[in-house]
Design a protein around this ligand. Structure first.
Ligand code: NIG
Ligand code: FE
Length: 384
């Protein structure tokens, strides 16, 4: 047995197998002061106060004295786009000149620029770039990540991205979930034939992805100027036939009813949520769909921030994620996301920690193994 025991922990955070935390409960960290934690064979097996540490706990264990440090669960980053081929700094400057994200997209830039670069890049190059990003994110404290496709927008490009994600999953010690986002932007050649591209997603991409078991989830950028409610309905229904659980980009640019549509599909999460009112809150309250806020995308695009305070005060759970991508959020730092959540969204630090751990684990369907320091949660060691 490979047993380790960590002693003299100033505070051990999220020690209970609490499940998703909602509303006022998001401020409860279930902490133990002056604690120890032990793990064996890759799982947490016990934690208590230092006052109840005896020789039987130390037996056959490697003892690591943490000398009064905090211990938190690793971050769960439930929304990222880290497989991409090049940066988009020109658009960054275009936005400073006054163009909006939507205007850049409408002239064929934005996601379509990333799609051009990705289709020209080799699988090896994409893997190397994404692996470098992932290594940095792990060193910043991320222990589980969801990664989307969506810069291919062709059968080959989408499969190439998902195969890169599969390789990352094989080679890295953290949990990785793959999300098929073929409906990220409309390729220019389908601009006058939207149905043609939806058919390509449903009739060609989804069967090929299912055949190679390349995805866990299906996503749609369901928003003004991107995909309509009706188109999203078709894609999510088709994805579900292959066992893919929906996670939706919703209400970032406008409220076109994407939250209600996602809840009707029992989606795991609705992500972005800049445009949320009382109807969306009422619709989310009884269900299991996790509202996931991506404040660094609002920061980099200069959009107004998500109404986190109103959502928590009305009893909703919230998750946080980086949305790491070359266009709207060029950062994989969960610490930055937590800072924005507190400074700009007025979330309390306890709420931000819960949103970035246990609730984000729920948003990526790995709550049984990630997001708390309770017994039977996974415990891995990583150094670069
Ligand atoms: O989550 N909103 C849509 N998709 C991404 C942006 C992707 C991009 O601009 O490349 C997002 O912000
Ligand atoms: Fe995104």
């Amino acid at each position: 047995m490979n047993k380790k025991i960590f002693t003299n922990i100033k505070q051990l955070i999220l020690t209970k197998d609490s499940g998703v935390k909602k509303g006022a409960d998001m401020a409860q960290l279930d902490a133990i002061d002056n604690a120890w934690l032990s793990c064996a064979d890759g799982f947490i097996d016990n934690s208590r106060s230092m006052q109840v540490l005896d020789d039987s706990h130390l037996q056959d264990a490697e003892v690591i004295d943490l000398k009064n440090k905090f211990v938190l669960p690793a971050w769960c980053d439930s929304h990222t786009h880290i497989v991409y081929a090049g940066s988009r700094e020109r658009e960054f400057v275009d936005r400073i000149h006054g163009m909006s994200y939507e205007e850049i997209a409408a002239r064929g830039g934005g996601i379509l620029n990333s799609a051009k670069a990705l289709n020209l890049a080799s699988e090896e190059y994409l893997y190397d770039c994404a692996a470098a990003r992932l290594r940095t994110m792990i060193l910043l404290g991320t222990g589980a990540i969801e990664i989307k496709s969506g810069y291919g927008l062709t059968v080959d490009g989408e499969l190439k991205m998902l195969r890169v994600i599969q390789q990352l999953r094989k080679n890295f010690p953290i949990t990785i979930k793959a999300n098929f986002l073929g409906a990220h932007a409309m390729p220019l050649i389908y601009k006058e034939n939207r149905k043609g591209y939806i058919d390509l997603i449903i009739d060609e991409m989804l069967p090929a992805i299912a055949n190679e078991r390349l995805a866990d989830f299906v996503d749609v950028f369901c928003d003004r100027g991107f995909y309509s409610i009706e188109e999203a309905n078709q894609i999510l229904a088709a994805g579900k036939k292959y066992g893919l659980k929906p996670k939706i980009h919703a209400n970032q640019l406008a409220n076109i009813g994407a939250v209600q549509m996602a809840v009707a599909h029992n989606a795991l999460s609705v992500d972005h949520c800049e445009h949320i009112g009382s109807e969306e809150v009422a619709c989310l309250l009884p269900g299991n769909t996790m509202p996931t806020l991506l404040p660094s995308a609002a920061f980099f695009l200069g959009l107004h921030y998500q109404p986190a305070r109103m959502m928590i005060d009305n009893g909703l759970p919230l998750a946080l994620a980086t949305d790491f991508n070359p266009g709207s959020s060029p950062s994989g730092s969960m610490a930055f996301v937590l800072s924005l959540a507190c400074v700009k969204l007025k979330m309390f630090p306890e709420e931000a920690i819960v949103a970035a751990t246990i609730n984000s684990a729920a948003a990526m369907d790995c709550i049984a193994t990630h997001g708390t320091l309770s017994k039977r949660q996974g415990c891995k060691f990583y150094s670069d």
